[in-house]
Design a binder for this molecule. Structure first.
Ligand SMILES: Cc1ncc(COP(=O)(O)O)c(C=O)c1O
Length: 484
């Protein structure tokens, strides 16, 4: 599949410019200055930022005092560049920037400096503690991130004999299920489901020569499915295809899939990353240099930047600067928040698992959960060993959990309707506790049969534990359960 591009304008790095030798002196001047600036930035990342702990990166990203003073009137907080477009010093700079020979942002549908601050921070957080080099493209929703990242992997190349298929864990968010089960097949691609993702042989049995990528959600929403990331990554690579992981529920505070071999990480940034609930956003974070057979040739060197600057230039799903800065502000305290929310969730899960009206609780943190041991291999609170409260590595499991009512759907509805402080909404990742019944909301449209195969019964209540005191969350659940 990996042939040089035949489509004009799809090459990141200036195929629009005639041969490099035709570059005018004026353009060359800008290119050389940009190269020096990039070298300086790379040194700053290597010598300074990469040595910081997770929290420091989350707070600062690449926005420095120097940048604030030189370019942003000393603004301590990253400015929101509410401008559609960038002006150029002269025609040479304009030509160099529009040929993507120098960094710039030209037009906010394609790129914007405020969105860039978020993208840099996300790429650094997802690669934290590894030597993986990755870039990020922030998008207008989690779904647009999933669509943007997977659609080019299914594009037919001229020399291809049969259509692509792709292999996905069946336990995924309902919207992703619809994209995979309805939209992608409309392009001629076949989705092949893995019913038990913890079984590596089942993954293997679905792959053939026309498989484009493997996909999974860790942990899954709402069922808390988990699988052995390292093994699935090794399987993907043995077929020269990428492993794509939606890591929304874990966030990089608990799991960084790159560390275990994943190639593309997707985030519904809407969720825990923007826990305040101010906006919808998504992100694609991709490893650089992915020479896989299904990745279009033009995108192999830097997939996320290619998506951002080329396909997304044409489709237009990139994130607005306003939302980027709202998210960035939430993201700064991600680790501490996820720790607190996870500890509260553990208490709530423990309470529910002892309640006589509750049949079972799906929370990976519970020691008797069948996937507890596997999840515990992967889900650690980042940097807890440097935290003077813990001084050691501690497992944390996030703030999404589900519980099943003993007497079926009617009882589940009664509990949901009986909640006072916990909000009834199709949302998760919030600073406020939120509950729903997936079969009548988030996973309604995917149909009964597929819900059954994904193990989402109608007596299941999904609960996302917020930052209220856990005793108050438990009180609310207790009084709602008493009404059922
Ligand atoms: C795991 C997961 N991925 C992706 C999405 C889609 O994200 P968005 O709502 O930001 O489009 C969701 C939404 O609930 C989700 O839970």
């Amino acid at each position: 599949m990996s042939n040089p591009p035949e489509r004009s304008g799809d090459d990141l790095g200036g195929s629009h410019m005639e041969a490099e030798s035709n570059m005018s002196d004026g353009v060359r001047k800008y290119v050389e200055a940009a190269q020096k600036a990039m070298e300086k930035r790379n040194r700053y990342i290597r010598d300074v930022v990469k040595k910081w702990k997770f929290d420091t990166i989350a707070v600062h990203g690449l926005y420095s005092v120097e940048e604030a003073l030189e370019k942003n009137q000393g603004s301590v907080i990253e400015p929101i560049y509410m401008s559609t477009s960038q002006a150029w010093r002269d025609s040479d700079e304009m030509e160099a920037a529009l040929a993507y020979l120098i960094p710039g942002w030209a037009y906010s549908r394609i790129a914007n400096p405020s969105t860039g601050y978020l993208e840099q921070t996300l790429a650094l957080l997802e690669t934290y503690g590894t030597d993986v080099d990755a870039t990020c493209c922030a998008t207008s929703s989690g779904m647009s991130a999933i669509f943007s990242a997977t659609e080019p992997l299914l594009a037919m190349e001229p020399q291809q004999t049969g259509p692509w298929n792709f292999v996905s864990a069946r336990q995924i968010y309902g919207g992703t299920y619809m994209l995979f089960n309805v939209r992608h097949p409309q392009m001629g691609a076949e989705v092949r489901w893995v019913n038990n993702p913890a079984d590596i042989d089942e993954w293997n049995s679905r792959i053939d020569d026309n498989t484009s990528f493997l996909f999974g959600e860790l942990p899954s929403n709402p069922g808390q499915m988990f699988f052995d990331l390292k093994k699935v990554a090794a399987l993907a690579h043995s077929h020269s295809i990428p492993l794509v992981i939606d890591s929304t529920i874990a966030t990089p505070a608990l799991l960084r899939p790159f560390e275990h071999g994943a190639d593309i990480v997707l985030q519904s940034v809407t969720k825990t990353m923007t826990s305040s609930g101010f906006g919808i956003a998504g992100a694609i974070i991709a490893k650089k240099n992915m020479p896989y057979k299904s990745i279009p040739w033009e995108g192999q060197n830097d997939y996320a930047s290619w998506l951002k600057l080329l396909p997304n230039r044409d489709f237009g799903p990139n994130l607005s600067p306003f939302h980027a800065i709202l998210t960035l502000n939430d993201l700064r305290t991600l680790r501490g928040k996820v720790d607190y929310l996870s500890r509260s969730s553990m208490k709530v899960a423990d309470f529910l698992s002892h309640h006589p009206k509750v049949e079972s609780v799906e929370y990976l943190g519970l020691p008797h959960h069948p996937l507890h041991e596997l999840a515990s291999k992967y889900m650690w609170l980042v940097d807890s060993e440097y935290d003077d409260v813990y001084n050691m590595k501690v497992n944390r499991y996030g703030h999404l959990l589900s519980f099943l009512m003993k007497d079926g759907h009617k009882q589940a509805r009664k509990v949901l309707d009986g909640l006072n402080r916990i909000w009834r909404a199709t949302d998760l990742g919030r600073i406020k506790s939120i509950a729903n019944i997936p079969t009548i909301s988030t996973h309604q449209q995917q149909g009964k049969e597929s819900r059954e195969e994904a193990q989402i019964p109608d007596n299941l209540i999904r609960l996302c534990v917020g930052a209220e005191h856990p005793d108050d969350i438990i009180d609310d659940l207790e009084q709602a359960l008493a009404k059922a």
